[in-house]
Design a protein around this ligand. Structure first.
Ligand code: KG4
Length: 344
């Protein structure tokens, strides 16, 4: 009987520099395997062509491992879900092409997943049947990554409205660029995070944007950071080395403060008290602390993802694929990848 059959979804993620595959059974995660690409570190950022080539090398072994760790054979799969976009076109094409070929060879449906929707639905990843602490609809989600900074009103799995977003740089991008200016490694997020724990967040003040509504802007802050540093370096050529902890703490404090201010406004205006955070920057200690503080102060029920589900991963694509599978929301084989696509 169709209804009693277990639903096995293979999720595939290849939008940037992580090749990831996950297997879920009835919405519960069985495996999540990710190959990250160290090749970009030497360049201070992701090099699209190198990313694409690395995905080609990684995709087959990563999928193979995901199936083995899940303890299933490919013939048991019910559908293949894949990231369609947004992301780097060359990277996306590897995952999209693989998913299409794999699904067609097995004669099973394909499910296209919006990467941003995946980040939001990462809060519904269950590692076992007892895992139940998940947001109720509607909730707000602050999505902060290297490419996005958005406040999303999540009305249902398949109904999300972007209330506000950055009009220029994303928060993660700003952190990475400031870290690069300081001569620190790539990606800057984790490095700034570590340094900031030992610094004074009030040591320096940088420009804050004055933007209407729920939108963000981080390019002014980045310029202010750059110009301030240039002036300080004139007086002390070793300024960065002497003050890197305070610089990191002040930068992180400013970015977290900007992010939380608009989120507070959205929570106040909508009256919604369930607030989630998602995306790579949600790994940040300062941002996690700010969420805890808001939970205490404003009575928010907060949802912070496990570290493994903050950055790009296939488990979030798999769970989104599972919900779309239940809706029979499949796609055709001629569906193209999209480098740019919003939630709505
Ligand atoms: O979601 P993600 O893995 O990729 C996309 O951009 O889609 O996010 C990557 C971003 C990078 O900018 C990285 O520096 C930032 O997340 N990041 C962090 C931390 N870990 C990663 N930013 C601040 N603190 C962290 N601990």
């Amino acid at each position: 009987m169709e209804e009693n059959k277990d639903i096995y979804i293979l999720g595939i993620e290849s939008s940037c520099d992580d090749t990831s595959a996950a297997v879920l059974r009835n919405g519960v995660l069985l495996s999540n395997v990710t190959a990250s690409q160290a090749v970009h570190e030497a360049y201070g950022g992701v090099v699209p062509e190198l990313a694409s080539r690395a995905h080609q090398q990684n995709i087959v072994p990563v999928v193979d491992q995901a199936l083995k760790r899940a303890g299933i054979v490919k013939e048991q799969l019910s559908a293949v879900a894949f990231t369609r976009g947004p992301g780097l076109m060359g990277s996306l094409l590897v995952g999209v092409s693989f998913a299409k070929g794999f699904a067609r060879a097995l004669g099973i449906p394909m499910i296209d997943v919006n990467h941003l929707q995946g980040h939001v639905l990462a809060h519904f990843i269950k590692e076992n049947d007892e895992d139940k602490d998940q947001p109720q609809f509607p909730f707000l989600c602050l999505l902060v990554s290297g490419g996005n900074s958005q406040i999303i009103l999540v009305k249902a799995y398949n109904d999300m409205e972007v209330l506000g977003q950055t009009i220029d740089d994303a928060a993660g991008e700003a952190i990475d660029k400031c870290s690069k200016v300081m001569g620190l490694g790539y990606p800057g997020g984790p490095i700034i995070d570590k340094l900031a724990r030992q610094g004074n967040p009030q040591a320096y003040h940088f420009a804050r944007p004055q933007i209407e509504g729920y939108n963000y802007s981080f390019s002014g802050l980045k310029t202010s950071f750059l110009y301030s540093l240039r002036d300080w370096l004139k007086e002390d050529p070793d300024f960065i080395e002497h003050h890197k902890e305070d610089l990191a703490a002040s930068l992180e404090f400013t970015i977290v403060d900007i992010l939380m201010k608009k989120l507070r406004k959205a929570a106040k205006d909508t009256g919604i008290r369930q607030v989630a955070v998602a995306g790579g920057v949600s790994a940040n200690n300062g941002l996690r602390n700010a969420f805890q503080e808001h939970a205490r102060k404003y009575g928010w029920k907060i949802f912070i993802p496990k570290f493994g589900y903050t950055t790009d991963n296939a488990a979030m694509i798999g769970i989104t694929g599972y919900f779309k599978y239940l809706d029979k929301d499949f796609c055709d084989i001629d569906l193209p990848a999209y480098s740019r696509v919003t939630l709505k």
